[in-house]
Design a protein around this ligand. Structure first.
Ligand code: ACO
Length: 338
């Protein structure tokens, strides 16, 4: 577990952006492929459609667009960016996709690296970036959450394929000396329950030379014990959020927006009801995108900032959870221009 101590400097959220694939696959369309229907998917998850990257698009393109939109909103010169972290479980290159994004952006002074923590990835990357900023070693960071789970879903497994979609979101954060945006956070992992949800490599060993073999690099599709992940989320998210609210002595009625990882509307509703947060304050775009993994939180944030639901100075309670198992929460004020 890591939780924040007193930071030397504050972190301000000054920009956000997002990008999604053009191709929409509705629930009805999915039912042409697997034995499912719109009523089952909507009532169990809240998902109505999802977007899937096609031949003329790429994860790196989406992530670049999302980052560029965040940088534009922040009104930064790209040359002033010090750090780019790409949270993804689905890089185009296992050595890392973030350097390509850095180059696409022209952010030649930024160091860029990938970070993997599944659906918690954006939150983990945000807190990682905040450490560099708070320490004074860096001033400006772009944190991207982007995933293309469509390439790792078993499209013939109705228990998982209806849940996921592709997308990208990003935030621009900078170190400030006065007021801080990031109030507090907490991150957790429990690898003992990792089997509940994974995208694991195959154990396929092939002959190399007589007497030696090598492991072929390939992965199985996503496997999930949905009920276990559901129970984990509705148990742990209220605990971790409640602990942060207590620590900073913030009453839940002071929260302007509940911004959770978009996995299932029933999880959003269950967490909101634990804190008596009314549904008008619960951000949800599951209906249009499904679970875009590391992208859900910044994608939702960007949508709500640009349609002016979230306003400068609003207090946001955020939590991400997913494979690992991993989970985390953060309380922050939005300080962007909208
Ligand atoms: N269409 C129609 N029927 C279906 C479908 C489908 N797409 N999927 C399952 N069913 C059937 C099942 O076969 C089962 O039928 P049976 O009773 O005859 O066996 C029945 O519906 C109930 O299935 P359950 O799996 O028990 O359904 P449940 O209510 O648990 O909902 C769901 C499943 C939506 C996956 C839910 O468990 C869930 O949301 N879990 C959490 C997932 C999550 O939050 N993941 C986040 C992390 S993602 C990451 O980190 C990458």
């Amino acid at each position: 577990m890591i939780s924040n101590s007193q930071c030397d400097r504050g972190i301000s959220f000054v920009g956000c952006g997002s990008a999604t694939p053009q191709k929409i696959i509705t629930n009805d369309q999915l039912s042409q492929r697997v034995d499912t229907n719109d009523e089952w998917i909507q009532s169990r998850t809240g998902i109505g459609e999802r977007r899937v990257i096609s031949e003329n698009e790429s994860l790196i393109d989406l992530a670049t667009h999302a980052a560029l939109n965040a940088v534009k909103m922040a009104n930064w010169d790209v040359k002033t960016i010090d750090l780019i972290i790409l949270a993804t479980s689905t890089p185009e290159d296992l050595f890392g996709s973030s350097p390509k994004i850095q180059s696409n952006l022209g952010a030649s002074n930024a160091v860029a690296f990938d970070l993997t923590a599944a659906c918690s990835g954006f939150l983990f990357a945000l807190i990682t970036a905040s450490q560099y900023l708070a320490s004074g070693s860096m001033k400006r960071a772009v944190v991207i959450g982007a995933d293309q789970l469509s390439k790792w879903v078993d499209w013939d497994d109705r228990k998982t394929c209806v849940l996921f979609g592709d997308g990208a979101g990003a935030v621009a954060v900078e170190a400030v000396n006065d007021e801080t945006g990031l109030i507090g956070y907490d991150l957790k992992s429990d690898g003992s329950k990792g089997d509940c949800l994974n995208l694991s490599q195959s154990n396929n060993f092939l002959d190399l030379i007589p007497g030696a073999s090598y492991q072929k690099g390939e992965y199985f599709p996503i496997k999930m014990q949905g009920k276990e992940v559901y129970k984990f989320a509705v148990r742990e998210v209220p605990i971790i959020l409640g602990e942060i609210l207590d620590k900073y002595q913030i009453k839940s009625d002071k929260i302007d927006w509940l911004l959770l990882h978009q996995a299932n509307q029933r999880i959003l509703d269950a967490v909101a009801s634990r804190f008596s947060i009314p549904s008008e304050k619960v951000l949800s775009n599951l209906k249009f995108y499904g679970n875009t993994s590391a992208a859900t939180i910044p994608l939702m944030l960007d949508e709500a900032v640009r349609d002016q639901r979230i306003k400068s100075g609003d207090l946001i309670a955020c939590s991400g959870f997913g494979a690992g198992l991993s989970w985390g929460a953060a309380l922050f004020y939005w300080h962007g221009p909208y």
